[in-house]
Design a protein around this ligand. Structure first.
Ligand code: FES
Length: 111
């Protein structure tokens, strides 16, 4: 049994501006990760949902990258509206947000 119902990992890796891989932080991920964290708190979900910073998740070209466990669903979350939609639909109702899926892997659906 897992400790949290959901664990939201957002890449906040940072690379130098001239690195060809780029980084999620350069695309605003640090600010968006803070929004995930504050939304967990605002919705009273502490204890059930954890929003953590992650290092590079090896999906740099798709980022800002988020993965939600235990569902192992990968998202590109680029705006505040994207964060709120993941919180409302995936975390709130167990729905996968199809429009934000990163297309590099088979995406399992929550049970
Ligand atoms: S820098 Fe974010 S996935 Fe690699």
């Amino acid at each position: 049994m897992s400790r949290f119902q959901y664990h939201i990992f957002m890449c906040t890796n940072e690379r130098s501006a001239d690195d060809p891989k780029g980084s999620c932080t350069a695309k605003g991920s640090a600010r968006l990760q803070e929004l995930f964290k504050s939304e967990v708190k605002r919705r009273g979900l502490q204890g059930d949902v954890r929003a953590n910073k992650a290092g590079c998740l090896d999906a740099c070209e798709h980022g800002p990258t988020v993965v939600v466990y235990p569902d192992a669903v990968w998202y590109r979350v680029a705006t505040e509206a994207d964060v709120l939609e993941v919180m409302d639909r995936h975390i709130g109702r167990g729905e996968v947000v199809d429009r934000l899926l990163i297309p590099f892997a088979t995406q399992p659906k929550p049970a």
